[in-house]
Design a protein around this ligand. Sequence first.
Ligand SMILES: *Cc1c(COP(=O)(O)O)cnc(C)c1O
Length: 427
Amino acid sequence: MKFNSTKTSFAKQLDAQDDLSPFRDQFVIQDPTLIYLDGNSLGRLPQATPDHMKYAIEHQWGERLIRGWNDGWIKKPAEVGAKIAEIIGARPDEVIVCDTTSINLYKLALAALQARPERKTILSDALNFPSDLYILQGISDLMGEEHRLDLIPSDQTLSVPLENCRERIGDDTALVTLSHVSFKSAFMYDMEKVTHLAHQAGALTLWDLSHSAGAVPLELHDWDVDLAVGCTYKYLNGGPGAPAFLYVRRDLQDKLIPPIWGWFGAQAPFNFDLDFTPARDLTRFQISTPHMLSLLAVEPALEIILKAGINNLRQKSTQQSEYLIYLAREFLFPLGYKLGSPTDASKRGSHVTLQHPEAYRICRVLIEPQDGDIRVIPDFREPDNVRLGIAPLYTTFLDLHQAVGRMEQIVKEKEYLQYSEEYLSVT
Ligand SMILES: *Cc1c(COP(=O)(O)O)cnc(C)c1O
């Protein structure tokens, strides 16, 4: 993609030509001057969600009380799962919403290892989200001394060539588990090819889709992916701490044994049998009473994505990330910023990372500017990364233009010198 103007008027022209621009109105934008580039950590609040929640609380909970479960709550984890399935290219009965991403990863990784008892290696990479690596380390420890977690080496920390995967996946690999889009650099794997390599070696695959669901088109079922987990509070806009989802390919559902046997995973929870018989389908991976209120908040958010269309969203996100990188090259690279994401758009998710030795303080200035300056919210990731998240449902080209302008000004005028280097508890 080529751009040939760095002018503000050109950014405005790109917004005017954008077919998806009306979707921004479906979100609550309290402060129109705020430039929010952190939709990859916490998506914006959809306009429809407050009324939906008011109804859920006042009518469903307030009036219907326990009857709410039979009115429809009990089916919600699967119903919302079926909508997510549409977004990630799975069959409707292959996705369910429950628990958190980390817990779902734990459940599915352990089930996969138990399905490959003769194999002892769990394969991941050093770009993976630390929580995922901690969970895998814990599981490896739990499985005993013979198990080990092996990390596929990356390429200058940005990407992992397919060749490295091919070399590491072998006869002893039980499970290949990776983040499809890396949280720091936005590097994106070729999921279909890696899954194929794993299958050729007899291993199972478990993908973390936290930074892909709602941002990039996926064909989980057609790519023969075995297992996946992901977040609903990032690009899916489900709200802070919204429950996560898990995917299990249909033919594996009655073969994998869930590691935590809770009553919601039983075939007939309300028989109150003293012995556990797992459900035949993927509901066996549920554990407990669903987090109904936070689950209901995910519903209106998914409708917006389904209406916009994931292919359209990806097309806009790619155009926006290319535009952002174009502006960064013009204005920021000469000031010491570097690109911390793959240059090839087909290998990049929906955020762009820019590195700078003063990244932390630059983020602080962006978020808490002096009076009169535009406020921009990106996030900081150790050690020197400023992550700029593009959520094509509501990010504008003008947002990106102004954010780059601020990042230029902050370094040129050394504004960050007036800010503390001490980290806040959440970056
Ligand atoms: C955001 C994110 C998570 C979040 O996990 P929680 O259990 O919801 O805290 C997990 N994995 C990846 C790759 C993420 O980006």
